[in-house]
Design a protein around this ligand. Structure first.
Ligand code: K1U
Ligand code: ZN
Length: 159
């Protein structure tokens, strides 16, 4: 059983800071694995489809993306949760799409946000493997929302 962490709420300073890169020496470490496990447990407990480390008061560049079909995105793919360390968006499609977003750090508010329909992305796994991949649709939206958290930006600033 993993720890459920408190989730920072809009107005708290940690949500406006730029998160620090995870150092090479931190990869494969027990603390990084424990952080990822606690983020995952917290995301599940809150019924989320993603989470970023600053939301649990850790200002490090770690996100989890876990698309699943839901009432707003019935055609979203069901994917195993992906832990991404130091994610970098390498390319964004010129095509943007409007879609509804919510946020575990902004209770009771949802809004339509324009996001790139497709992105290319590089990240590290917890085991230091480099992954380059692309996402489109709802998973691409979640990644962009979570990377915004690493840069201190909330979706309400994009409405
Ligand atoms: O980072 C977060 O605050 C989690 C957030 C991720 C997210 C949801 C929707 C669009 C982009 C990013 C949530 O999981 S909010 C709750 C939720 O499950 C949800 C909200 C709207 C549509 C689908 C799901
Ligand atoms: Zn959020």
């Amino acid at each position: 059983m993993s720890t459920i962490l408190p989730v920072a709420q809009r107005g708290e300073r940690i949500l406006t800071a730029t998160a620090a890169e995870v150092a090479r020496t931190e990869l494969n470490s027990p603390w990084l694995k424990e952080l990822a496990a606690a983020m995952y447990a917290t995301m599940l407990e809150r019924n989320g489809v993603g989470i970023a480390a600053p939301q649990v008061y850790v200002s490090k560049r770690v996100i989890i993306v876990a698309s699943r079909p839901n009432s707003r995105y019935p055609d979203a793919p069901e994917m195993d949760a992906l832990v991404m360390v130091n994610p970098e968006i390498l390319e964004k499609s010129e095509l943007t799409v409007l879609g509804e977003e919510g946020c575990l750090s902004v209770s009771d508010e949802r809004g339509q946000v324009a996001r790139a329909q497709m992105i290319k992305l590089r990240y590290l796994t917890l085991d230091a493997e480099v992954v380059e991949t692309s996402f489109s649709g709802f998973p691409a939206r979640i990644v962009q929302h979570e990377v915004d958290h690493l840069d201190g930006v909330l979706f309400i600033e994009r409405i």
